[in-house]
Structure formats: C-alpha cells, structure tokens
Write a protein that binds this ligand. Structure first.
Ligand code: AMP
Ligand code: MG
Length: 341
C-alpha cells in the first residue's frame, strides 16, 4: 500500500511525482484529495482517468498561503476580501479564469475554482511544489469521499503511487463553493464552511443557489453514494427492539436504550461539526457491513447540518417511512428510480 507518513522525505517524493505529471494522495482539512499539477492538462487528465470522473466535472485548484491569486484568475474586491478573511479554510472561490489554466481543469468553463487548504501537510506540499495543484476528492467518481489515508488506498488502491498520511480530516466535508463570477455572490455548494461566515466577511446576504453550469441536470444529483442503497428516514428511528435486522442504521444522535449492532451514530450529543467529521467514515463502515439497505435518520439543518443533509440526500436512492411495524420505501426519481438491480 502506497501510504506514507507525511515526513519531509515523503513530501519531497510527492513533489518529484507531481513534477513528473503523476497524481498523489494529499490530506486536507476537508477530505483527502487526489492532487496533480493544476497547470498541466496531461496531469489533470490523470486525475480524471484515475477517478473515472467525467470531463464535464471541473477540478478545484489548491494554492499555498500567500500565492498570488491574480496568476490564475481575475480577482474582484469581494474575492480578495473572502480570501483575506477565510483562507486558509474550507472555502472555494469561483472566479473568471486566466488563460494559463488548462480548459480540461475547468471543463471548458470561463471560470476557475480556487481554494487554499488549511492543513499543514497540504501547505507543505504546495509550498514545495511551488504551483497550484488540482485536487478533487480521492475517490472514484460518485462514491464516498475519503477522510483518512487508508480510505484513499481502499478507494484507489495501487493506481496512486503515493498517499501522504496527514491523519483523519478535521472538517470531513468538501469545501463550500462561492460563485463570484455571478452578478451577486452566491453559494453553489454547501460545505465545510457555514454560510454565516461568508456573509459576515462580505457584509451582505449570500444566497444558496443551484449552479447553472450543470450541463446535464440530474447527473450530479447522485454523489457520495455507498454501494448499499441508502434511504433517508422521514423521522427518528424507532426503538432498537422494533427494528428489522439485515439493515444498517445511521443515527443522528445516540438513542436512549440500546444501539442495534453495526449501527453508526453521527454525534452522540447531536453536534453538527462532529457529524460532519464522521459522515463519510460512517457511510464507508455501513457500506462494508453487508447490509441489504442503509436507513439514515434526518439531520437538523443548523450549522454544518445543512451540508451533511445535502450529502445524505445525494447519497440516497430514496426515502423511508416507518409504518409502526416495517419500513416503506419510496424511490427518488433523480437517483434513477431506486435500487440498482
Ligand atoms: P470537488 O469534487 O470537491 O473537487 O469539487 C468540484 C466541484 O467544484 C465541481 O463538481 C463543481 O461543482 C465545482 N467547480 C469546480 N470548478 C468549477 C468551475 N470552473 N465552475 C463552476 N463550478 C466549478
Ligand atoms: Mg468529490
């Protein structure tokens, strides 16, 4: 397995691979990324190939602290203000792109997504590489994002020559994306930074809107998905004694009484940040549990809860309802009409 603790020697080895146009696994505070030279189309092409990612899904460029953003994009006053206030951190800015950014990286769009990650290993790698790194989550397209180096190896195996181990991710959800190439700033993806932090930095309301760049509507409605069909329950799970066996359960909070075997709890005390940190690891655990289906409790939408709920919606194939004696399942049309056969 290509996992190495992120020593200076391992970082140097990663830089050599990146200079050769190869991909490496990189820890960030959000999730583990699959990094490659962000200014080389051939290197970006390796990311798409390794992830089996369709070319219409653009990549985010990661930069070191102090990097001159003007080299990659047109930087508005609002963009500079957000970068100054909230970088490094789980915030991605969409900006009009400079010619130096390959079209493959932006999927032919006139905008580029840029972020400065808040992780010492990512920063060390970016400083040593001395240029932007494209780095989507290090999982196969549409699957569960990895929040540990082990999960990267499990996802991508020997296709990646090196994964730098920087420990478990501190945030656990992808970055929040703010579109600044739009007539007004807007959030186009919820993520690890709450909207209130962005609104406070800009001194204005920043609405959450569906981006218009999604060329094939519906395609990205399924994401972060386990192989085991996941259903979102419309209320709290009933007492453990009533629950059918053979299913995997994802609890929002620790229930009173016993927990069914194999069940996972997002946060014992119902804390949104802890739930974010654990979400992908729990989905991975439940997916490996040999269950017929996974049933997930609703997540309150406060704080990072809204971003967690967004991930659970996209990971789901439908909704579940407890009738008092059994679960009733309804397929989600955007997910292709239910369970894969
Ligand atoms: P991730 O898979 O977490 O690396 O995030 C990639 C996502 O960022 C894409 O699926 C888009 O939603 C968004 N994104 C990246 N680049 C652009 C861009 N140039 N314009 C619009 N959205 C972008
Ligand atoms: Mg991803």
């Amino acid at each position: 397995m290509p996992i190495r603790p992120a020593t200076a020697a391992a970082v140097a080895e990663a830089v050599a691979l990146l200079r050769a146009g190869r991909c490496v696994g990189m820890p960030t505070e959000t999730v583990y990324g699959l990094a490659a030279d962000g200014l080389r189309a051939d290197a970006a092409a390796q990311i798409f190939a390794t992830k089996r990612r369709p070319a219409f899904d653009p990549l985010i460029l990661h930069v070191a602290q102090g990097f001159d953003l003007g080299r990659l994009a047109q930087v508005s006053v609002a963009a500079q203000r957000l970068a100054d206030a909230l970088w490094p951190g789980p915030l991605t800015l969409l900006l009009p792109k400079a010619a130096v950014v390959p079209d493959l990286v932006t999927s032919g769009l006139p905008t580029v997504a840029v972020r400065c990650p808040d992780h010492p290993v990512a920063q060390a790698l970016l400083q040593a590489f001395d240029g932007p790194l494209a780095a989507p989550s290090a999982n196969r397209f549409g699957r569960i994002s990895p929040t540990t180096a082990q999960a990267v190896a499990q996802e991508l195996g020997d296709e990646v020559p090196l994964v730098l181990d920087g420990g478990p991710c501190r945030v656990g959800l992808e970055s929040t994306i703010v579109d600044l190439a739009h007539p007004y700033p807007r959030i186009v993806r919820r993520g690890g930074l709450v909207p209130a932090a962005i609104e406070a930095a800009l001194g204005q309301a920043v609405p959450v809107e569906r981006p218009d760049h999604v060329a094939a509507p519906g395609v990205l409605d399924v994401h972060y998905a386990p192989r085991t069909p996941l259903y979102r329950l419309d209320g709290p799970l009933p007492a453990a004694a009533q629950l059918p066996t053979g299913l995997g359960y994802l609890y929002w909070q620790r229930p009173a009484g016993t927990l069914p075997s194999g069940a996972c709890v997002l946060s014992e005390a119902g804390d949104d940040r802890q739930a974010a940190v654990r979400l992908f690891a729990h989905l991975r655990t439940l997916d490996g549990g040999g269950h017929q289906r996974i049933v997930a409790e609703p997540v309150p939408l406060e704080g990072l809860g809204a971003a967690v709920a967004d991930r659970l919606l996209k990971a789901s194939v439908g909704q579940a309802r407890w009738t008092g004696t059994a679960f009733e399942y309804t397929a989600r049309p955007e997910a292709g009409g239910g369970e894969p056969t």
